[in-house]
Write a protein that binds this ligand. Structure first.
Ligand code: ZN
Length: 165
């Protein structure tokens, strides 16, 4: 890994929830639910990604960086990763939890036809995934994440701190 470059992960098939949350926090996280050990190791090696795994034999595989995730509790898994690899300052752009693409801010008018009327009327800030088209707004995903981070004792990184509920 390059010095100072943000950490990138490849996540094994047993850790899908962790992968989605890491993406939302802004970590570049490669995940697919159909990879075997050989493929995971190949990606970690070829792309310099840190392998997150619950498999203790995989975690000590030579030639790759890996972290053994011991807990089965999502909060504890997230806390382990975030403490070991804190997000660099200024790198707070969330990624799509489904496909790892960086999200873009979009105006309410741009999503008017894609979200429920109630959501359109009651929210001013939206983000869209240019990869898969998924749309995010505060009150759905964002609030749950804020609560979870607070529970974990980690700082909440609210993308829109002035947004009133
Ligand atoms: Zn997406």
């Amino acid at each position: 890994m390059e010095e100072g470059a943000p950490v990138r992960f490849v996540v094994d098939v047993m850790l899908g929830s962790l992968a989605r949350w890491l993406r939302w926090l802004g970590y570049d996280t490669d995940y697919a639910n159909d990879r075997d050990d050989r493929e995971l190791v190949r990606i970690a090696r070829a792309e310099g990604r840190v392998l997150l795994t619950r498999d203790s034999t995989l975690a000590v595989r030579r030639g790759i960086s890996a972290m053994l995730i011991e807990s089965q509790v999502l909060d504890e898994q997230l806390a382990q990763v975030v403490r070991a690899f804190p997000l660099p300052q200024g790198m707070s752009l969330p990624r799509c939890s489904e496909c790892n693409t960086l999200l873009q801010n979009v105006s309410p008018d741009a999503v008017m036809d894609c979200v429920p009327v109630y959501v359109y009327r009651t929210h001013k800030h939206f983000r869209r995934c240019p990869g898969c088209g998924r749309i995010y707004w505060p009150g759905s995903h964002w609030e749950r994440i804020g609560r979870r981070l607070k529970r974990m004792g980690l700082e909440e990184r609210d993308p829109n701190p002035t947004d009133a509920p």
